[in-house]
Structure formats: C-alpha cells, structure tokens
Design a protein around this ligand. Structure first.
Ligand SMILES: CC(C)(COP(=O)(O)OP(=O)(O)OC[C@H]1O[C@@H](n2cnc3c(N)ncnc32)[C@H](O)[C@@H]1OP(=O)(O)O)[C@@H](O)C(=O)NCCC(=O)NCCS
Length: 148
C-alpha cells in the first residue's frame, strides 16, 4: 500500500539521490534542499511503500495570497503510472490553497511529455516557453492552473 506524509529533514538524502536519477539535468544539492525545507513558504510531501521507502516526492512554494510555484514532482520509474504523482500534486495543491494561493505555476522541459500529460490531466494550461531555462538547449514550457 502506498501512503503519503509531509517530508522532513531525515528524507533529505533520499531527495538528493532521487533528484540525480530523475532530474539529471538540474538536480538540487543537499544545501539547496536544506534551505528549502527550512522555509515556511515551502511544503514537501513524500509517497512511501509498505517498507517506508520513499518512492515519490513533490514540493511547492506558496508565499501566501499569490501565485504558487511547483518546485518538484518525481516518482521512481518502478512506481510510475499508478497515480502517485497525481496524489502528490493534490496534497501540495491543497496545502497551497490553504495558504491563500489563487493559481499554480510551473516550468517543465518542453520534451517531458509524461510530465506535461500529468499537468494537463490536472487542468494546467500551456503558457509561454522559456529558452534555455534548464541549461543550454533545454527549453521550458510554462504552465498554469487557476484555482478560483
Ligand atoms: C512525470 C511523473 C512525475 C509522472 O508520475 P506518475 O506517478 O507516473 O504519474 P501518474 O501515474 O500520477 O499519472 C497522472 C497522469 O499523468 C499523465 N501521464 C502519466 N504518464 C504519462 C505518459 N507516459 N504519457 C502521457 N501522460 C502521462 C496521465 O494523464 C496520467 O493520468 P491518467 O493515468 O489518469 O491518464 C513521472 O513520470 C516522473 O517522475 N518523471 C521523471 C521526473 C519528472 O520529469 N518530473 C516532472 C518535472 S517537471
């Protein structure tokens, strides 16, 4: 059975290690995650298998009554396609709503069709693109969801 909870500092090494696997083009360092975890405007959640191993995670930046930014969402390949990302996105979106967020924004690599499919399935619309956002030749699709 897959369960979900808020992330904590003990999860940090797993985030760093999974980032290298899931986001080889832009992994976050331990110090970046440490800073993010300590901010009250950020919220991270994890999905766990029955042995309490992390199989997915997501994070959001919600500064209050404004736009929130999806910081990350990832699921290990063996557990993809089971609705885990959708559940993680629902948790961070609910948290952002509770902070007064009225819309959600994100940037996704233009060739990341799985992620774009996920966001479209949640109602996100494509806005503009940002050239070289993830590095040279790695453009981003900006997407947005109105919550009101
Ligand atoms: C993108 C990612 C998070 C999706 O995780 P997941 O747990 O497999 O997604 P879910 O099972 O919750 O699927 C939710 C929806 O996403 C879409 N989706 C998932 N996989 C897809 C695929 N291969 N192609 C197109 N759409 C897909 C579908 O609409 C799906 O809804 P449905 O099953 O009702 O049709 C996962 O592929 C991943 O971790 N990729 C690597 C990291 C990454 O790129 N993260 C996004 C960064 S912006």
């Amino acid at each position: 059975m897959i369960t979900y909870r808020e992330a904590n500092a003990f999860d940090l090494p797993v985030f760093v290690s999974l980032d290298k696997q899931l986001f080889p083009y832009s992994p976050w360092s331990a110090s970046q995650y440490k800073e993010e975890f300590s901010s009250p405007t950020r919220h991270f959640v994890v999905a766990l298998d029955e042995h309490q191993n992390i199989l997915g995670y997501a994070g959001v930046f919600a500064p209050g009554a404004a736009e929130a930014d999806i910081l990350t969402v990832g699921v290990v390949p063996e557990h993809q396609g089971k609705g885990v990302a959708k559940a993680l996105m629902a948790l961070i979106t609910d948290w952002a709503k509770a902070q007064g967020t009225t819309s959600m924004m994100l940037e996704v690599k233009t060739d990341n069709l799985e992620a774009i499919g996920l966001y479209e399935s949640l109602g996100y619309l494509k806005l503009n693109t940002r050239k070289d956002y993830f590095g040279a030749g790695l453009d981003a699709q900006v997407m947005r969801l109105e919550l009101l």
